[in-house]
Design a protein around this ligand. Structure first.
Ligand SMILES: C[S@@+](CC[C@H](N)C(=O)[O-])C[C@H]1O[C@@H](n2cnc3c(N)ncnc32)[C@H](O)[C@@H]1O
Length: 235
């Protein structure tokens, strides 16, 4: 596996360009939320554990943001392994770079996670990213191709809770999704929460289709969904 540096050309007003500006501008605030929200640390630990990584493995994190997961992954693959964090927003990568400065086996690449510049890996992790892709099912399926038969895929996403006690918090969740969605998505015909739901279903369904031994769990009062599986051979 040879990570390379890559740029992500996009027109100034394209959704991906808006998202890159948004995450670059708010990188420091996002980092605080990504690491300090109650319960989020245990979600990240659970996701890294669920991947079942071995020492020496290569794991790619798609849309790694400020690198909140990277130390968890780096510890699990050890210094003989490789962790590659891919993100298209330069601001979050700057924060991530500082976070992993003590981990020489972690590499950061500015690239589009829908066309990652990597050809092989043992595992792919994507946390809180599926909702940002136009066609998440196709993207997840392409990641299954990347890791190949026997590779591991793990998605972590947020959605309204179905837990009876905590459903009372769903309106707050909707408001948070609206406020934290990159600007242009707030003015779309459907609500950001509905769009998020649709995209999450598409991403997680693709994982189910391409994997066996799928395990799905909920965390953080039912708002966080982790789905992990082992990619099967294509007929
Ligand atoms: C909500 S943040 C999640 C960051 C990180 N995974 C975490 O758990 O904190 C979404 C991240 O995905 C990145 N992103 C969205 N679409 C992307 C794409 N097509 N290619 C690369 N990065 C992307 C954004 O730049 C942002 O850093």
């Amino acid at each position: 596996m040879k990570p390379s540096t890559s740029t992500t050309p996009s027109s100034p007003q394209s959704p991906s360009s808006v998202a890159q500006s948004f995450y670059t501008r708010w990188a420091t605030l996002y980092d605080a939320i990504a690491r300090q929200t109650p319960g989020v640390g245990s979600v990240r630990t659970s996701a890294a554990d669920a991947l079942g990584l071995d020492t020496g493995d290569t794991v790619i994190e798609m849309g790694c943001g400020t690198g909140a997961n990277l130390p968890y992954l780096a510890d699990r693959v050890g210094p003989d392994g490789t962790v590659v964090g891919i993100d298209f927003s330069p601001g979050v990568l700057d924060v991530a770079r500082e976070r992993v400065s003590d981990y020489p086996h972690v590499h950061l690449v500015r690239a589009d996670a829908t066309r990652p510049p990597v050809v092989d890996a043992d595992a792919v992790l994507a946390t809180f990213v599926s909702g940002m892709f136009g066609d998440p099912g196709a993207v997840v399926s392409s990641w299954a191709d990347l890791v190949g038969s026997g590779g591991r895929l793990c998605l972590v996403d947020l959605a309204r809770t179905t837990h009876p006690t905590w459903q009372v918090l769903n309106p707050l969740f909707r408001a948070l999704v609206r406020v934290t969605a990159p600007p242009r998505t707030r003015t779309m015909r459907r609500s950001p929460t509905e769009m998020l739901d649709e995209r999450l279903v598409s991403a997680h369904r693709a994982l189910e289709t391409r994997c066996e031994d799928v395990v799905a769990t909920t965390h953080a009062l039912g708002f966080a969904r982790i789905r992990v599986g082992t990619v099967t051979a294509q007929e």
